[in-house]
Design a binder for this molecule. Structure first.
Ligand SMILES: [Zn+2]
Length: 408
């Protein structure tokens, strides 16, 4: 039974706007074609992507799919999101599958339905879009989305035949970008990033922990220049790492110049290489860069709590964490509130591709916030007035302040 403190904090949460620090919301044409099956596709939901489970089309393979994933957190919160958006309480089963799917499809006949779910059901005011498929895009909806700029393909790729983990490559994505001379190439990347910032971009973003370990060295321009343009078969692992080190540090210096935070994926990528502590030398090398460490560093949330304790240039972001495990996110948020230099340093994003899963992620986050703050009140750590002030910070104010959103 939730305490009355939980209930009253939850009611306050539900009355407040939401600012999300991180989404992979897909473009209109995909959203307008949604069905239950499409929501669950690989690379469109965590059930499909991480669990590597997608339903077949007949009743028995749908029943088998549900039996496989029903107790996993990604499925649990996605189902809660769908229930909330479409106003039903029963579980999704192979029997009601087609009816639910038809309801989703009918709703998205309105081309703005996916945006209305975010702004009406989800109370979203602003969100940062990470369009890794089109870096810097706001999906044509600048009233909701501001963009971050994904650095991964630039860090990873020194030749047209090298792809990052999203199969992106700058020489393929930007035909005409200089490929013969490293200085000309960097000038072109810089011009592109400056233009993105002038057009309202709000953060740099690295998800390179899916490509390599977070243990970046200092890097060296001459060494990187030696690698640039060479065929990957002629480049040793050490040379490749040196190139990546240089370009990642180059983007750190760009973050200072652009006056934007640098969002960094930690935890759950190439697993052992995504340990947050591996990133500490880079945090210390760039004291003037504001690093936002993502995903609560799960499963190493204690490590990013330690980094935030020791380093003034670190913020903590709970993005994705409540969906991965609300239990772990509760433990993490307790620690973060206790050790962060300021409670202004904690924010959240849904990290999802569809509005339905975004609502599930938001429900998970609301549950985590209400649980942690009510426990803090009920155990006498602080009083209800502090909990209420924190709710405003965690749901929208911290993110709005850090990324410069005017919510007035
Ligand atoms: Zn993400």
């Amino acid at each position: 039974m939730a305490s009355s403190t939980y209930d009253s904090i939850y009611r306050l949460i539900e009355s407040l706007p939401v600012v999300s620090t991180h989404e992979h919301h897909l473009p209109d044409d995909f959203q307008n074609s949604l069905t239950l099956d499409r929501i669950l596709e690989r690379e469109r939901s965590y059930v499909g992507w991480v669990l590597d489970l997608t339903p077949g089309l007949d009743a028995s393979s749908r029943a088998e799919f549900l039996a496989q994933c029903r107790h996993n957190s990604y499925y649990v919160w996605l189902e809660k999101g769908i229930q909330r958006v479409y106003g039903f309480r029963e579980k999704i089963t192979s029997e009601n599958w087609d009816r639910v799917s038809q309801q989703i499809s009918d709703f998205h006949a309105d081309p703005d339905a996916h945006l209305r779910i975010l702004t009406e059901t989800g109370r979203y005011r602003r969100a940062i879009e990470d369009a890794y498929f089109d870096p810097g895009s706001d999906l044509g909806h600048p009233e909701i989305f501001a963009s971050n700029f994904r650095t991964d393909m630039f860090v990873r790729c020194f030749h047209p035949d090298v792809l990052d983990h999203d199969s992106m490559n700058p020489f393929r994505h930007y035909p005409g970008i200089p490929s013969g001379n490293f200085d000309d190439y960097l000038d072109a990347v810089q011009a592109r990033v400056l233009r993105w910032r002038e057009n309202g971009g709000v953060a740099l973003k690295s998800a390179s922990a899916y490509d390599r370990p977070l243990s970046y060295g200092e890097g060296d321009r001459a060494a990187a220049s030696q690698v640039f343009g060479r065929h990957p078969e002629t480049v040793s692992p050490g040379e490749r790492a040196a190139y990546e080190d240089f370009v990642l540090n180059w983007f750190c210096r760009m973050a200072v110049r652009l006056e934007v935070p640098f969002q960094v994926h930690t935890g759950l990528a190439l697993l052992s290489g995504s340990r947050p502590l591996l990133f500490e030398p880079t945090i210390m090398r760039h004291p003037d860069v504001h690093f936002v460490l993502f995903h609560a560093g799960f499963p190493w949330y204690g490590e990013i709590a330690g980094l935030a304790h020791n380093h003034a240039n670190v913020s903590l972001d709970m993005v994705w964490a409540p969906l991965i495990s609300a239990t772990a996110a509760v433990a993490a948020l307790h620690q973060f509130l206790e050790v962060a230099r300021s409670s202004d340093r904690i924010a959240w994003g849904s990290d999802t591709w569809t509005s339905e899963e975004a609502i599930g992620a938001l429900l998970a986050w609301q549950h985590v916030v209400a649980t942690v703050l009510s426990e803090k009140v009920d155990t006498g750590y602080f009083d209800m007035a502090e909990a209420e002030a924190l709710v405003h910070k965690l749901m929208y104010r911290n993110a709005a302040r850090l990324y410069g959103f005017d919510l007035a």
